[in-house]
Design a protein around this ligand. Structure first.
Ligand SMILES: Cc1cc2nc3c(=O)[nH]c(=O)nc-3n(C[C@H](O)[C@H](O)[C@H](O)COP(=O)(O)OP(=O)(O)OC[C@H]3O[C@@H](n4cnc5c(N)ncnc54)[C@H](O)[C@@H]3O)c2cc1C
Length: 224
C-alpha cells in the first residue's frame, strides 16, 4: 500500500540483548509476500522525520512482525530496540518490494543470511510447505547475536549456523566459506536468496554463481 499508516505495537520480543522484534497491528493489513519489507518513519517533537526499511520476519498470513538489530551509533534502530513498548504507535509504509520475494513453489530454495539478513529469510521459511526442499545458512557474530535460534534448531530443513567470533559446540566457527555454500547446491534449479551486509552478500553471490546457478535465480538484498 502506497500511503503511510499508523501501526500499533502489540508485542515486543527480546530476541537478543541487541535485537527486538515488534509485532504490529496495521489497520487494513492484507498480508504480504515472503521477503517484503516495511518502511518505518519516526517523527521528533520538532517535526524532524527519519525513515528506515525493516524486513518482515513474519510469514505472509501472520501478524506483521519486524526484527530490529541495534546499530549503536544509528539514528533510528536504537530507538526501535530500546525505546518502543507495547501500545506505541509507529508510522509504516508497505508491504514494499517486488524483487527479493518468494512466491512459493516446489523448486529447491537456498537461504543464506548474514547478521540481521536472516530476518526476511525467516518470512520465506515460514511460507514454505513440506513440498519445498530448503536449506538455511546463517552467519552471526556470536551467540548473543543469533536471531530466532530455537526456531532455527527446530526447523525440519538442513540448517548451518556459523559464529564468526566465538567457538560454541554445535555451531560452525569462522566465516561461511564458498565451498560449504556451493556444496548445498544440489541442482541448478535452486532459487537462492542472500541477505546481509554488502561484503557478505557479494562474496556469497559470487560463490553461488561459480557453482553454476544462473544469475536470474539469485536474489540479493543488502542491509548496509
Ligand atoms: C530493504 C531493507 C531491509 C532491511 N531490513 C532490516 C531488518 O530486518 N532488520 C534490521 O535491523 N535492519 C534492516 N535494514 C537496515 C535498516 O534499514 C537500517 O539501515 C538500520 O537499522 C540502521 O539504521 P540507523 O538509523 O540505526 O543507522 P544510521 O543512522 O542509518 O547509520 C548509522 C551508522 O551505522 C552504519 N550502518 C547503517 N546500517 C547498518 C547495518 N545494517 N549494519 C551495520 N552498520 C550499519 C552506517 O553506515 C552509519 O555509519 C534493512 C535495510 C534495507 C535496505
Amino acid at each position: 500500500m502506497r500511503s503511510w499508516r499508523v501501526a500499533t505495537v502489540v508485542e515486543v520480543v527480546e530476541e537478543t540483548p541487541s535485537a527486538h522484534s515488534l509485532v504490529l497491528d496495521i489497520p487494513g493489513w492484507q498480508g504480504a509476500v515472503a521477503g517484503q519489507h516495511l518502511d518505518v518513519r519516526l517523527t521528533a517533537p520538532d517535526g524532524y522525520q527519519a525513515s528506515r526499511s525493516y524486513s518482515l520476519a513474519s510469514g505472509p498470513r501472520e501478524a506483521p512482525m519486524i526484527t530490529v538489530q541495534r546499530v549503536d551509533d544509528g539514528e533510528v534502530s536504537p530507538y526501535l530496540v530500546d525505546g518502543v513498548e507495547v501500545g506505541e504507535q509507529l508510522e509504516v509504509l508497505g508491504p514494499l518490494g517486488g524483487y527479493f520475494v518468494w512466491h512459493g513453489g516446489s523448486a529447491p530454495v537456498l537461504l543464506v543470511g548474514g547478521g540481521s539478513g536472516i530476518v526476511p529469510l525467516r518470512s520465506i521459511w515460514r511460507a514454505r510447505s513440506a513440498a519445498t526442499p530448503m536449506r538455511v545458512f546463517y552467519s552471526a557474530r556470536g551467540m548473543d547475536r543469533v536471531l530466532y535460534g530455537r526456531e532455527i534448531e527446530e526447523l525440519d530443513v538442513q540448517t548451518v549456523v556459523h559464529l564468526t567470533r566465538e567457538r560454541v559446540d554445535g555451531y560452525g566457527y569462522g566465516r561461511l566459506d564458498a565451498a560449504q555454500v556451493q556444496a548445498a547446491i544440489t541442482t541448478p534449479e535452486s532459487d537462492v536468496y542472500i541477505c546481509g551486509p554488502t561484503v557478505f552478500v557479494e562474496s556469497m553471490a559470487q560463490a553461488v554463481l561459480a557453482a553454476g546457478v544462473p544469475a536470474p535465480q539469485i536474489r540479493t538484498e543488502r542491509f548496509g
